[in-house]
Design a protein around this ligand. Structure first.
Ligand code: NAP
Length: 278
């Protein structure tokens, strides 16, 4: 089965299980990595207004020469643009930078308690109905915020993009997403490279002839979670894609799940105020 056939489905969205993360990829490197990834078989690319690389991501998409409808493109609106008029302008500006007529998924990047969620979601739904995004969703939402968002939105929210890797327990948020038919998309899925140094992951990897990063990505994918690892290296683009030719046993899944620890979270922005994490 081709990698492209591996998708997570949610409210009609078909999200390829493996996506390319692009945070910190800039300029020519970003364009090159996006182009290489697509040529290697990636069909899902994750960017954001915040990353200051939507232009280069768009260039990489065009350079790869893959049909637009075959690539799933996600971007995100930063919380300082959550007032309805700002959100609509930001969504439009993102498309202009990407040089696309629409994105496949548009996310609220981080909760913003300063602006009523009802207003922000109203604008997000409007942008979707106007055809600028095929699907909409959220990122870094807690169980309580998901409950609120689902009640307030009058279009389906297809995903919550959150930090997930073996060192953090996100089971409550993932269960909440499932209850609402939302996909979980895992960011920092190789813990920024931290998984490579873990002895248990190294032992399991060796048993399967794989790397610890592949074990980490497989652990998530096997739980029905889409993953968006980032790398600037061609060989790791291939490595991070090659997770569909082995399976972790239930015992291995359990051992990996037990690596989660209280201080495992990597992304916690003091400056925009983190929500009360679950
Ligand atoms: N929604 C949000 O708030 C949010 C927050 C953070 C991230 N994200 C998204 O999620 C994406 C991924 O998360 P992330 O960038 O934080 O972390 P990540 O993908 O877990 O880790 C990226 C780092 O790991 C290294 N790496 C990649 N593949 C590897 C492998 N096979 N073996 C060893 N090291 C490897 C990379 O180095 P090399 O480049 O040297 O390979 C890079 O330094 C981001 O790029 C972004 O698109 C979203």
């Amino acid at each position: 089965m081709s990698v492209a056939a591996h998708v997570v489905e949610a409210h009609g969205a078909r999200i390829p299980v493996i996506g390319l993360g692009t945070w910190e990829l800039r300029g020519r490197t970003c364009t090159r990595v996006v182009e290489q990834a697509l040529q290697l078989g990636y069909r899902h690319v994750d960017t954001a207004e915040l990353y200051d690389n939507e232009g280069e991501v768009g260039e990489g998409l065009r350079a790869a020469g893959i049909a637009r409808e075959d690539v799933f493109v996600t971007t995100k609106i930063w919380p300082s643009h959550f007032a309805p008029r700002d959100l609509e302008r930001s969504a439009q500006a993102g498309l202009e930078r990407l040089r696309l007529s629409h994105v496949d998924l548009l996310l609220l990047h981080w909760p913003n308690p300063q602006i009523p969620l009802r207003d922000t979601l109203g604008a997000l739904c409007k942008v979707k109905r106007a055809g600028l995004a095929s699907h909409i969703g959220v990122s870094n939402f807690t169980v309580a915020l998901i409950e609120q968002a689902v009640k307030l939105a009058n279009e389906p929210l297809v995903c919550n993009q959150i930090e997930v890797h073996p060192f953090i327990d996100q089971s409550k948020v993932i269960a909440s997403c499932r209850r609402h038919g939302m996909a979980t998309v895992a960011y920092s899925p190789v813990a920024r490279g931290g998984v490579s140094r873990h002895p248990l992951l190294a032992r399991i990897a060796q048993a399967h002839g794989k790397t610890p990063a592949q074990v980490s990505l497989r652990f998530l994918a096997q739980r029905g979670i889409a993953v968006i690892p980032r790398t600037s290296r061609r060989e790791r683009l291939s490595e991070n894609l090659a997770i569909f030719d082995f399976e972790l046993s239930e015992a291995e899944m359990g051992e990996i799940a037990r690596l989660a620890r209280r201080d495992g979270r990597i992304v916690d922005y003091a400056y925009s105020g983190s929500p009360q994490w679950d």
